[in-house]
Design a protein around this ligand. Structure first.
Ligand code: HEC
Ligand code: HEC
Ligand code: HEC
Ligand code: HEC
Ligand code: HEC
Ligand code: HEC
Ligand code: HEC
Length: 361
């Protein structure tokens, strides 16, 4: 037992080059070289960005990706080969790579366009998108290259759709989806952190579910729509006028890479119908100030229980849709106006930002 451990230790100790050995040089922000056009090309690696990356947090080291550096010869200016092999993301992400090969971006290679994994994800600073809202996810990937408002002319309320429906919900239609409800404070005009919600309710993460799922045993993991109503009223009584933004997101799965144009969803009734399968998985998102989050499953009936009721599909059928604004009872008659302002408040900064974005593809 002891011998095995000792051998293992000595092997890793000898072979692994530590990150700080690389950073001795690449931590220097003035380290550059000339690229083929003669322009200056930075070789600086921002260790702060790397430290919070999903790779560092999962123990991935510089040489796990730059795998052809197996030794450093410190007698040389450049202690490793001048031309290193391209990093092979696929080596650790097989399933995503297989999914990606079925999508339009990989297929563009037949036109001589190569889109690397890191064109969307970045490389030294890959962070988890798990708790991020739709817009943030899109800004970091699709919107770097596309300007979707230039097309989709068949789609009304484009900005509303792009804000609340992740591109891949329509464009990678085989990926399962989910709805995230986020607390939005109407008075403060901002999303509420989990801490703020719990504080207003006088509870904490542990106390929250038992507080509203009364009468059942301790093992509750989902909120009924009645419990949801109670929570809304409890928040109200404590002066927090929260509303709920509902976002339609893709599950983060390898299938999300099968981006398509021809099979993209455009049938309004797929989403705008009471029994849409799109709304099967609904969760309340409690996002903490440090970015971590907890999801609480919730009955899809909440989407109907507080209804905006101003939603019409062309053709006349009145349907109940996602509950963008849950709190009609509280808002009273001024609701229509509030709703409109709220929508604008939320999308205005986004619109502004997007008008500075690239030229599409
Ligand atoms: C003694 C300084 C030094 C150390 C230590 C060092 N590098 Fe470098 N590295 C350089 C220089 C200088 C270049 C630019 C080479 C050139 O002129 O093309 C470079 C280039 C690179 C490149 C770009 C290569 C390419 O093919 O474009 C990568 C990636 C890289 N280093 C990674 C690492 C990693 C990972 C480590 C640690 C295992 C490391 N370096 C350690 C000095 C260093
Ligand atoms: C998740 C994989 C991954 C990890 C971990 C990683 N790199 Fe990289 N690195 C890349 C990719 C991808 C590129 C750019 C294209 C290529 O080389 O294939 C790159 C490029 C570089 C470059 C060239 C300059 C640049 O920024 O484009 C240097 C220098 C470098 N890495 C050093 C490091 C150092 C030092 C570490 C550890 C602190 C590290 N890398 C960790 C994937 C990684
Ligand atoms: C066109 C943009 C794009 C490209 C290119 C891309 N991805 Fe992704 N990837 C995404 C999106 C979008 C998500 C979902 C996360 C999100 O919502 O932000 C994702 C999620 C992931 C995840 C986390 C979810 C999971 O399946 O565990 C991994 C890992 C991943 N991609 C790896 C890769 C690899 C490897 C490649 C290259 C073969 C690649 N990606 C190319 C857009 C892209
Ligand atoms: C040496 C193995 C290794 C390599 C090479 C590697 N990754 Fe990862 N990657 C991981 C591990 C481990 C995780 C964290 C666990 C997980 O999500 O699978 C991860 C997670 C991710 C995620 C998920 C982030 C999220 O939302 O949770 C993305 C995206 C990602 N990697 C992209 C890349 C890209 C792009 C490259 C190539 C530049 C790459 N990885 C290369 C091991 C690797
Ligand atoms: C790095 C830039 C880049 C990023 C990021 C990017 N794309 Fe693309 N996209 C392209 C290019 C280039 C093409 C290929 C155009 C062609 O084939 O002529 C393309 C093609 C497409 C097409 C097919 C268009 C057609 O006319 O066939 C769709 C749909 C698409 N992308 C959606 C997305 C979505 C959704 C995302 C985010 C998950 C995304 N793209 C991220 C560059 C990008
Ligand atoms: C409600 C569903 C839906 C949403 C949301 C959506 N798309 Fe589309 N998109 C489509 C459909 C359907 C098409 C094909 C018909 C067309 O050309 O408009 C398309 C076409 C495209 C094309 C090809 C345009 C061309 O040149 O012909 C691109 C690129 C694209 N979308 C990117 C995006 C991006 C990026 C997002 C997210 C910001 C997005 N889409 C959101 C349904 C959607
Ligand atoms: C992939 C699902 C999906 C598809 C397909 C889709 N929508 Fe939507 N639509 C949504 C979501 C989600 C919202 C945002 C609801 C909210 O504001 O909470 C929305 C918002 C709207 C709104 C604004 C409602 C309001 O009260 O602000 C209109 C109008 C609309 N959609 C019409 C359509 C029409 C017409 C089509 C077909 C051409 C269509 N949608 C296709 C999901 C979809």
């Amino acid at each position: 037992m002891f011998v095995v451990a000792a051998v293992f230790w000595s092997v890793t100790a000898v072979s692994a080059i530590e990150n700080r050995e690389c950073m001795d040089c690449h931590g220097d922000s003035s380290l550059t070289r000339k690229d083929s056009t003669g322009a200056s090309d930075s070789l600086f690696v921002d260790i702060k960005g790397f430290q919070v990356s999903v790779h560092n947090l999962n123990g991935i080291q510089c040489v796990d990706c730059h795998a052809d550096i197996t030794a450093l010869d410190m007698d040389q200016d450049v202690p490793h080969s001048l031309t290193l092999a391209p990093v092979n993301c696929a080596g650790c992400h097989e399933a995503e790579t297989a999914g990606y090969q079925q999508g339009v971006h990989h297929k563009a290679s037949s036109k001589g366009i190569t889109i690397q994994c890191y064109a969307c994800h970045g490389y030294h600073d890959v962070v988890s998108t798990e708790n991020q809202p739709v817009r943030e996810r899109e800004n970091k990937s699709c919107l770097k290259c596309h300007e979707p408002s230039r097309f989709h002319n068949w789609l009304p309320q484009k900005e509303t759709h792009f804000t609340y429906v992740q591109c891949t919900v329509c464009h990678a239609p085989d990926t399962p989806h989910q709805i995230h409800l986020r607390f939005y404070d109407l008075a403060k005009k901002q999303f509420l952190s989990a801490e703020a919600v719990f504080e207003a309710l006088g509870t904490d993460a542990e106390g929250f579910l038992p507080m509203f799922a009364k009468g059942q045993d301790g093992a509750v993991d989902a909120l009924s729509s009645e419990a949801f109503d109670n929570m809304v009223f409890a928040l109200n009584r404590r002066g927090v006028h929260a509303t709920f933004h509902a976002e339609l997101l893709s599950e983060r799965e390898p299938l999300i890479h099968q981006v398509t144009k021809v099979s993209a969803k455009r049938t309004c009734e797929d989403c705008h119908a009471p029994n849409s399968k799109f709304f099967d998985s609904v969760a309340l998102m409690f996002v903490c100030q440090d970015g971590s989050a907890r999801k609480v499953k919730i009955d899809r009936k909440v989407l109907e229980s507080y209804n905006v009721n101003n939603f019409y599909v062309p053709g006349g059928a009145r349907v109940r849709l996602i509950d963008k604004v849950g709190l009609l009872a509280v808002l009273g008659a001024g609701c229509g106006v509030m709703l409109h302002l709220l929508g604008r408040a939320v999308t205005a900064p986004i619109r502004r930002r997007r008008s500075h974005d690239g030229d599409g593809h």
